[in-house]
Design a protein around this ligand. Structure first.
Ligand code: ARG
Length: 254
């Protein structure tokens, strides 16, 4: 009897091992609250980064699994091996480079300020002094707000969308967040507006675990290829259309 039980346990262990370490799957970690790069549509995570990740996975010969989590947990998840790469509109900062390896940059963005449409006090980042400013936890917006400008009362939220709610109901006075998600928030909320000021640029890149050069080289090749063959531009046109009418792209159609 004991022998049978041991065999069953051994088989179960083997089975779960082979499932979780399935060799034909590659896991991309993201935080799907950042349109148009990643957001949810029903139960599915979609967006520019998701399509790019599908192309990366196809070139790498594996099936993509998208893992949605808090933005400030992504680097730890990569280091622990629970995800293989991060595609999350993540800025390649020097600080993060200590813990991860970044691909070639794939998108140039900047930080933007959102205030209430009725606000007449904020025309530039310097006008935020003394104000309560919302940011997404773990982002470059948070870093900038806490380290680069003095005298802000910074409040961190799980997502930019949560910060937008707080701004609407008066709990905070402004938000610092990346340009395209900011535009999306303002498009959906007429009572909010953007402040036109250039104060911080972000270069988005894909992160892999330090030393995973095999995957990194493959990712860089895909990025280089899609930029050269027009695919990248198609994705920009689909996910960042000037008329705001976003189209979800299937990689079979590219
Ligand atoms: N670019 C900013 C950063 O790297 C914000 C990225 C937030 N991304 C997300 N998927 N929520 O910190």
């Amino acid at each position: 009897m004991k022998k049978i039980i041991m065999t069953v346990i051994a088989l179960a262990a083997l089975f779960s091992f082979s499932c979780s370490k399935s060799n034909d799957v590659i896991k991309m970690g993201t935080n799907a609250a950042f349109p148009p790069f990643e957001y949810t549509l029903g139960t599915e995570v979609v967006g520019f980064d998701v399509t790019v990740s599908q192309l990366i996975s196809r070139d790498y010969g594996k099936k993509l699994k998208v893992v949605d989590m808090n933005f400030d947990g992504l680097i730890a998840a990569l280091q622990s091996g629970s995800i293989d790469f991060i595609a999350a509109g993540m800025t390649a900062t020097e600080e993060r480079r200590k813990n991860v390896d970044f691909s070639e940059p794939y998108y140039l963005s900047k930080q933007t300020i959102i205030v209430k449409a009725s606000d007449k006090t904020v025309a530039s980042v310097n006008d935020l002094k003394g104000k309560v400013v919302g940011v997404q936890a773990g982002t470059t917006g948070e870093l900038f707000a806490t380290e680069e400008i003095e005298g802000l009362n910074v409040k961190s939220f799980k997502t930019g969308i949560d910060a937008a709610l707080a701004l609407k109901n008066g709990a905070i006075e402004a938000i610092i967040i990346d340009e395209l998600p900011a535009q999306e928030i303002v498009r959906r909320n007429v009572e909010l507006k953007l402040v036109d000021d250039d104060f911080y640029t972000d270069e988005y890149a894909i992160a892999v675990k330090k030393g995973n050069t095999e995957l990194l080289n493959s990712i860089n090749k895909t990025i280089e290829k899609i930029k050269a063959d027009g695919t990248y531009q198609k994705l920009i046109d689909a996910y960042m259309p000037l008329d705001g009418d976003v189209k979800i792209v299937s990689i079979e159609d590219l």
